[in-house]
Design a binder for this molecule. Structure first.
Ligand SMILES: [Zn+2]
Length: 241
């Protein structure tokens, strides 16, 4: 073994011992098995949960949308943009709508600002320990990862390529190195045409159902068509106005 491997093995041995020591009696099995098999063993339960979701962004996306569906939108809420830090309204339509991040609808300590559901120990979404919501938490560990995927999907290009069998969804050809992550339904159209869809169904447009990886040249062609459509929509709006 190289010196580096020795150091890593020793660090993992220590982390494993620390994790075992701080582990509560009840702990999600899948998280634990991933933690012990990681190439860098997380030394604390909270870190084990975070690293589990980081390794499974698609699961996190699905779970965050499922939790949001349990909350539903607050009554009277509509999707608005153009806010500031104070109001918590998103500044552009590119940011996924999140009513519970808005000041007017925030549920307060112990509730997730993305999905609106209670956050339990270690940022988990179910009260396995029957200790009630964690009053110091505002995010589920899963919702942090989902939020990152929704806001910066190109960070998961590698995973998305794998999900679609490394084929361009537009042409069916093999994906090139320079392939890009794209929203099937572009976000400007979501804002323009589907703005009144219910929440959290809207979140599908930021999640896996609306993400694809396409070759750069197909992406450029798709963008050109979209720009033309946008132009037509604008000019017809001008005519009817
Ligand atoms: Zn959440």
């Amino acid at each position: 073994m190289s010196k580096w491997q020795d150091i890593k093995a020793l660090a993992n041995l220590r982390a494993r011992a620390r994790l075992a020591k701080s582990l509560p009696e009840i702990f999600p099995k899948a998280v634990l098995s991933r933690a012990y098999n990681s190439s860098f063993v997380p030394p604390m339960p909270r870190l084990a949960i975070d690293s589990y979701w980081r390794a499974h962004p698609i699961r996190a996306d699905r779970l965050a949308r499922k939790l949001a569906a349990e909350s539903g939108a607050p009554s009277g809420w509509t999707w608005r943009v153009g806010g500031n830090r104070k109001s918590g309204l998103p500044t552009t339509f590119r940011i996924p709508p999140a009513p519970y991040r808005e000041k007017a609808h925030a549920r307060g300590a112990g509730f997730c600002c993305v999905c609106g559901q209670p956050v339990y120990r270690f940022g988990w979404h179910a009260d396995l320990w029957e200790t009630g919501p964690n009053k110091n938490a505002n995010w589920h560990s899963a919702c942090v990862v989902a939020w990152q995927l929704w806001n910066a999907p190109s960070g998961q290009a590698k995973l998305l390529r794998r999900v679609q069998g490394r084929r361009c969804t537009l042409t069916g050809k093999r994906l090139w190195k320079d392939a890009e992550v794209d929203h099937r339904v572009p976000l400007f159209r979501v804002w323009g045409e589907f703005r009144d869809a219910s929440w959290p169904q809207l979140l599908r447009y930021w999640g896996l159902p609306n993400l694809q990886v396409i070759n750069r040249e197909s992406h450029a062609a798709k963008c050109a068509t979209e720009a033309r459509d946008r132009q037509i929509t604008r000019s017809s709006a001008a005519v009817t106005a």
